[in-house]
Design a protein around this ligand. Structure first.
Ligand code: F6P
Length: 546
């Protein structure tokens, strides 16, 4: 694999950044009334408008050459084909197999994984059905009213985001809750809402060794045992994991375990058994619709030409903004309250995947890789951080997401929401010139000296890029498409940036150090060798806790 900066298209894009990259989008829109049609793409009901970027046909052609020269089509086929593309862990990357709705086999080293995938889905279906119907009874014979998923990272963020997004499809008498943080306050507050007799705990951990999850699972287990006795555990605890031995060691019968495989990355795992809380919350049929949406995006990604391929386009626009126009971050701005956890979910997906500083060949990268991802639902964010996006010194590309229809058609609310999302994207693109700002002040009868004072502050530079994703309604199928769209976007970017998007070695060091520090926080124990800041803080904590 060549480093991206040595590819001919990279050089072309550097040249284009100095010309097209500096042109005002206002001008480009004025020149070309067909710009929206030219720079938008659709899949089923999903529309991606990327016309509000500093691009023209030449930029798009160069970006597409970059994708081709970086080997995106071959890399995509290798991933979907079950090759061990996670090079540092020598694993296949097959979240697409989890939602493969076709009858095509998917093989890893010649072994078809689809029969096992289908078998686990069948077990999930049966289990979710029993919990939802009330057939699954607790130790005292009562049906479940609370389902608590205990997990962190990919074993939490996907299920939280999806269950929140699909709230309109929940069963009224079954609450799905989540405990992730090792901060005991998280477990304590969730347990306050639960009755042990009607609470089912789903312990979700790919490795079943994650400190936070095991600590939280132990606490919940002790809480249940204290109230119901040890014999109650089988009726109140199930596990989702690849590690049957650790599950059994924890005391959960492996008959109550739903398995998955090392080729499912944590941040790509909501489609696997890790999605059990989703299936319980919305029912297995809806869960299958989610899978079908993911599969529809996979098929599109697999077969559509690069120039019409939504994940490829989204990835290339991100690369243009980051590597050629200098953006260090991007904002995810769902104008959809049900997607309020999407920014947090995408933070893990994007930043854990492409937050890398080493190329696949082991050389340090000399080009920008994964951006900082942040966001909040609109319109809340407008009243918080949008000021910086409009007038700050940094370029922050935005992804806006919105549904044409609300699940809750209350008065004018939804049209107000939609008018806001369109207005923000338009304002970012257009900005406000000095002449426009002056005219406004004059119209308001502002005195000349006051106009001179205020004018510089009222000018918006504009020319700030954004994408808009519009869909008919946030249903399970659409959500599946959206998630898979972002997964593949991140994948394509990782291919171009020549990094391994599927490991996360960077999170290990902190885990190891935390283990060493834990005993040092207790009085009497020796404090090991640390820098003076860490040692000073350990001593300060010990003093405060005396
Ligand atoms: O610490 C990072 C991480 O490994 C994530 O990649 C993963 O999603 C999370 O921890 C949880 O891991 P597990 O499912 O094994 O508990």
């Amino acid at each position: 694999m060549a480093h991206p900066t040595s590819l001919p298209a990279w050089k072309d894009l550097e040249a284009l950044a100095a010309t097209t990259g500096r042109r005002p989008m206002r001008e480009m829109f004025a020149e070309d009334p067909e710009r929206f049609g030219r720079f938008s793409a659709r899949l089923d009901g999903l529309l991606l408008d990327y016309s509000k970027n500093r691009i023209d046909e030449d930029v798009m052609a160069a970006l597409l050459r970059l994708a081709a020269q970086a080997g995106v089509p071959a890399a995509r086929d290798a991933m979907i084909g079950g090759a061990r593309i996670n090079v540092t862990e020598r694993r296949a990357v097959l979240h697409t197999a989890l939602r493969n709705r076709s009858d095509r086999p998917v093989t890893v080293d010649g072994h078809d994984v689809m029969p096992e995938v289908r078998a686990v889905l069948e077990r999930m279906k049966a289990f979710a059905g029993r919990v939802r119907s009330g057939e699954w009874r607790g130790a005292t014979g009562r049906p479940m009213r609370n389902v608590v998923n205990i997990g962190i990272g990919g074993s939490d963020l996907g299920p939280v985001m999806v269950t929140e997004a699909l709230k309109p499809y929940h069963k009224d008498d079954l609450a799905v809750r989540f405990i992730s943080n090792v901060d005991g306050s998280h477990a304590a507050e969730v347990l306050k809402l639960c009755d042990p007799e009607t609470t089912l705990f789903i312990v979700a951990s790919k490795t079943f060794t994650t400190q936070e999850t095991i600590a939280n699972a132990r606490t919940c287990r002790a809480w249940a045992v204290e109230r119901l006795g040890e014999a109650a555990i089988p009726a109140h605890f199930v596990a989702l994991s690849t590690n049957a031995e650790a599950v059994a060691g924890f005391g959960i019968d492996t008959a109550n375990m739903f398995g998955f495989w090392d080729w499912v990355g944590g941040r790509y795992s909501l489609w696997s058994a890790i999605g059990l809380s989703i299936a319980v919350a919305v029912g297995f049929e809806r869960f299958e619709e989610l899978l079908a949406g993911g599969h529809a995006m996979d098929e599109h990604f697999r077969t559509a030409p690069l120039e019409a391929n939504l994940p490829v386009i989204l990835a290339l626009i991100g690369i243009w903004n980051a590597n050629f126009l200098g953006a260090e971050s991007y904002a995810v701005l769902p104008y959809d309250q049900y997607l309020h956890r999407l920014p947090a979910y995408l933070q893990q997906l994007d930043m854990e995947s492409n937050g890398k500083g080493t190329a696949k060949d082991g050389a340090p990268v000399a080009w920008g890789t994964g951006p900082v991802v942040f966001g909040e639902p609109g319109t809340n964010g407008q009243h918080a951080f949008y000021q910086l996006i409009h007038q700050g010194t940094r370029l922050i590309p935005c992804d806006f997401l919105a549904a044409a229809h609300s699940h809750n058609p209350l008065g004018e609310h939804h049209l107000m929401l939609l008018s806001n999302v369109l207005a923000q994207a338009e304002a970012l693109m257009r900005g406000k010139t000095e002449a426009e700002a002056r005219a406004e002040l004059e119209q308001a009868g502002t005195a000349a000296d006051e106009i001179a004072r205020q004018l510089p502050h009222r000018v918006f530079p504009g020319n700030r890029p954004s994408n808009t994703l519009l869909y008919p309604r946030l249903d399970p199928f659409t959500l599946g498409m959206l998630i898979a769209l972002y997964e593949h976007k991140v994948f394509v970017q990782g291919v171009v940036w020549d990094v391994c998007s599927f490991d996360q070695w960077g999170v290990e060091l902190g885990k190891v150090l935390a283990k060493a520090i834990l005993p040092e926080l207790s009085p009497g124990n020796t404090i090991g060798s640390h820098d003076c800041s860490t040692a000073g803080l350990i001593k300060a904590i010990r003093a405060l806790r005396q």
